[in-house]
Design a protein. Structure first.
Length: 260
């Protein structure tokens, strides 16, 4: 009887193993691909330079195109109305696009432009300064707060770019240089809009890209209007001299790299 039970159990185990081996193996579960976001962002990173050298405040002497030696103690400017451009002419415009860049505050020299639709972009367009509408829009906050010391009055508006320093050639007390450049309307407006072509395509695919932009301060005093500090070392109001320097700083920016 014991042998019969043992024989029966052996047959049952063999049958179970045979049945198990004949059953179809299930395919492994393939995980669903992670969906790609419909937009990404660009971190714009600005490096202020004087010629080939990175700008250093209060510590280094530079030479302008007229041969004047000078130092820099302040370099602040507005970038606004940023647009990323596709080859077919479509644009993405950053909403509420106002940024105050200050050489004395490294945190202001990099910022994110978010929610850029996926696609391939060829260039970026922005304004140097603050557009005329916001110059007459009353008290504002953030980069446009009057407490940032970049505002004259509701008549003359914002200072679009501020550069201060010293030069032995300056006729100002203490050999001071003080270029406070503003004026948002009329023939002497200093607002300038520039378009910078990328050295390679900027491809947004739900990701984050880095856009490196160089601003060469020397351009303020070069072409098309060479500035001699012995004859022009301070500007405190809108006018023809401010316009001359604005024509120069329109050449100031270059995209140096596009990266991940």
């Amino acid at each position: 009887m014991k042998k019969t039970i043992t024989h029966f159990l052996s047959l049952s185990i063999c049958s179970a193993l045979l049945l198990s081996s004949c059953q179809k193996k299930e395919d492994p579960i393939t995980p669903e691909p992670t969906p790609v976001a419909a937009s990404g962002k660009v971190k714009m990173e600005f490096t202020n330079k004087v010629g080939a050298s990175n700008l250093a405040l209060n510590s280094q002497a530079y030479i302008n195109q007229s041969g004047d030696s000078f130092t820099v103690s302040k370099f602040d400017y507005y970038i606004s109305n940023i647009k990323f451009n596709r080859e077919n002419g479509e644009q993405y415009t950053e909403p509420e696009s106002y940024h105050l860049l200050k050489q004395s505050d490294a945190a202001t020299l990099a910022f994110d432009v978010s929610s850029i639709p996926n696609g391939t972009y060829k260039s970026v367009t922005f304004m140097i300064g603050v557009d005329s509408t916001r110059n007459v829009s009353g008290a504002q906050t953030g980069a446009l707060d009057q407490g940032n010391n970049m505002f004259w009055s509701w008549i003359t508006g914002y200072i679009m770019l501020k550069m201060e320093g010293t030069s032995p050639s300056s006729t100002e007390p203490g050999n001071f240089l003080q270029f406070h450049l503003g004026g948002f309307s009329g023939a002497n407006s200093v607002l300038r809009t520039v378009t910078l072509t990328f050295p390679q395509d900027l491809v947004i695919n739900g990701n984050t890209k880095h856009l490196h932009v160089s601003a060469n301060l020397l351009s303020m005093f070069g072409n098309p209007n060479p500035i001699d500090f012995a004859t022009l070392s301070a500007i405190h109001m809108p006018g023809a001299n401010a316009k001359k320097i604005a024509d120069n700083y329109a050449q100031m920016f270059t995209v140096t790299a596009v990266g991940d």
